[in-house]
Design a protein around this ligand. Sequence first.
Ligand code: NAD
Length: 381
Amino acid sequence: MTDALSLVDDWGPEKIVVVSHRRTGMKGVLVIDNTARGVGKGGTRMSPHVTVGEVARLARVMTWKWASVDLFYGGAKAGIVADPTSPDKEAVLRAFARALSNEVPREYVMGLDMGLTENDAAVIQDELGDRGAAVGTPEHLGGVAYDKLGVTGYGVAEATDAAARYLGLPLGGSRVALQGFGAVGHAAAARFAELGATVVAVSTAKGALHEPNGLDVQALLAAREEHGDDFVNRHPEGTVLPAGQELTVDCDVLVPAALQDVISDETAHRIKAKLVVEGANLPTSPQAQEILAQRGIAVLPDFVANAGGVVAAAFAMDARYSGFRPHTPTIFQTISDRLRANAVVVMEEAKHRGTTPHIAGRGLAEERVRTAMQSKGRVPR
Ligand SMILES: NC(=O)c1ccc[n+]([C@@H]2O[C@H](COP(=O)([O-])OP(=O)(O)OC[C@H]3O[C@@H](n4cnc5c(N)ncnc54)[C@H](O)[C@@H]3O)[C@@H](O)[C@H]2O)c1
């Protein structure tokens, strides 16, 4: 069992609040990691397996994510130990929100993560009688429908385009292979096609589809609508490969956009792409990152490439007390501007420091947080 005090290091957490409620059986935790750059913001998850250590780790990831895209929020995360399919879900959620009424929304704003839905965000707002208590509400309540809009996948493709140009590998005519065709993967593929890239492989949990001359992305999107993940096995174009082989097909850009830990040392030796763009969180092990760097294969890190969701969340934060719906074209334009600029900054920093983009990007984020802590007198100037 984690001793909460052992989690504290130079960055945080600033506050860990464990709450419980006897009648509903609610148990949960809020971890506010570092607010030097702004109020704590990060999703709220519900799972029977939530632990203080896990929530603290995710809160720290949020500290770096916000700083990396230079948005003024602090890292935080909350977790409720409960089964999200239980009929008692709403009572537990309301008890959790109530128990955190001292912190929410002044120090932490709730949002969606594993186990919570748009309606749950609406329930949190209702319980605390405050539209500011949560983001991630349904569109009919003024929320930003991240996955329906495909903001993260769109951002992945935009960041890829910028990184590819930086490497002298323009996307127009480049061959792209994608792992995963869910919220992130399918939206990325749609944007890749618009940007003139050729999608040569896609995959789902049901298998991979490969066509060296290029797949018709519009047809893939329609097939996904009709058959779900199984479209890869029913599609008239391309050949079906065993799952996992899409990572090593001949291509210019590889986008893992499904699971974590899919690019091991062994896979890293067999990748043929010139650029790997992490659409998923943590798809490449640190050793694999080193191997890819030694092989001259550039990697655009997850916290740079898949930050479209956090940019959209920042708009949702602004919209909480507004009478107006967030303006969707502005969200997309901002994602494009931010992620393109950041992709280049991180690639340049990696070159300048002679290190991997992961280490360089993390270094930049740390510098931003450290500077904010110094300005506020939280550490010696
Ligand atoms: N949705 C977002 O806004 C967002 C933001 C940042 C990061 N991410 C990360 O991106 C990744 C994907 O998220 P998502 O929201 O698209 O999930 P999703 O559940 O919508 O889609 C996942 C996709 O991966 C496929 N898949 C699962 N196992 C696979 C396997 N073994 N081989 C190939 N494909 C497989 C599924 O069939 C599906 O197509 C996750 O790592 C997530 O944490 C998502």
